[in-house]
Design a protein around this ligand. Structure first.
Ligand SMILES: NC(=O)c1ccc[n+]([C@@H]2O[C@H](COP(=O)([O-])OP(=O)(O)OC[C@H]3O[C@@H](n4cnc5c(N)ncnc54)[C@H](OP(=O)(O)O)[C@@H]3O)[C@@H](O)[C@H]2O)c1
Length: 260
């Protein structure tokens, strides 16, 4: 089994640890600049081995760099020298595999854009790797969910909006909807979520068109039809602006990293 290490103690580190511990009990090396946060994780996961210096992560065959892009670009040369035989997996969209090869001088690089659902082994992970990385070295990732190899770097920008970012976007949409349809208590929230879950499941499992469900529910002259007309009027504008602003953010991040 691949020996795994994690650099970072944020949201992705926490959710990855949850997922990894569902599929394996092997020790996992962990380094975080905050020893407080690393210790908190150790309370939950006994198999964690906390290391005081990131360089000790080099003992692992695969190292997840779950830190922001600027932190990756300022990794110590001594660290990079030591980890050159390990596979480095990073999750920052604003960097490319080629960026890291050139700027950090590392060979075995995987760009992986996951979503937080890897904690339930139901993640969606967009992946692109350097030629030096073998299939075998990263095969374990498919235990954490669906791995999709992207054809180009542009695919990450386009697809991350409806994969990595989606859990947050959906949660915001459901929150706004639940606040405005008059959900008053926990019991009503459960009924709402059960209906959301079944609607998504049925579309996913039957490969139905969205329009098929809409037609089944929104009878001519009926109540749902009124609601759908309002959604048709406003939602396209909302999503167009959302995508436009997110795309500007993607470009801004890349430009600021390119300037160094
Ligand atoms: N969250 C997601 O759903 C998601 C999905 C796909 C990709 N990503 C990307 O994955 C990366 C990590 O995301 P995240 O959600 O885990 O972020 P996060 O919750 O903000 O955690 C970031 C981690 O990086 C550490 N860090 C920050 N600056 C550092 C530095 N200069 N040196 C060393 N460590 C540093 C932080 O330490 P402290 O706690 O001490 O600040 C923290 O442990 C980001 O690039 C993000 O865009 C996130």
């Amino acid at each position: 089994m691949t020996k795994v290490a994690i650099f970072g103690t944020g949201h992705l580190a926490k959710t990855l640890l949850k997922g990894l511990n569902l599929i394996r009990n092997e020790p996992i090396l962990l380094y975080g600049r905050s020893s407080f946060k690393a210790n908190q994780l150790k309370q939950v996961y006994q198999n964690l081995i906390l290391v005081k210096d990131a360089i000790e992560l080099a003992k692992a065959e695969v190292i997840f760099l779950l830190i922001p892009a600027n932190a990756i670009l300022t990794l110590e040369p001594s660290f990079l020298q030591e980890v050159k035989h390990s596979v480095l997996i990073f999750c920052a969209n604003s960097l490319t595999v080629e960026d890291l090869q050139q700027r950090l001088g590392v060979e075995k690089i995987v760009k992986l854009l996951p979503n937080i659902h890897w904690q339930y082994l139901k993640g969606v992970m967009l992946l692109r790797s350097s030629v030096a990385v073998s299939e075998k070295e990263i095969a374990f990732l498919s235990n954490l969910g669906k791995v999709h190899k992207v054809a180009s770097e542009q695919d990450f920008d386009h697809m991350t909006l409806f994969t990595s970012c989606l859990p947050g976007l959906i949660a915001e949409m459901l929150k706004t909807m639940s606040e405005n349809v008059g959900i008053l208590n926990q019991q009503q929230k459960e009924l709402f979520l059960l209906t959301v879950l079944t609607t998504v499941e049925s579309i996913y499992n039957s490969n139905q068109d969205f329009d098929q469900i809409i037609e089944e529910v929104a009878n001519k002259g009926g109540l749902t039809e009124v609601g759908i007309k309002v959604l048709n009027k406003y939602l396209p504008l909302v999503f167009q602006e959302m995508v436009q602003k997110m795309n500007i953010k993607i470009l801004d991040r890349k430009e600021s990293l390119a300037k160094g």
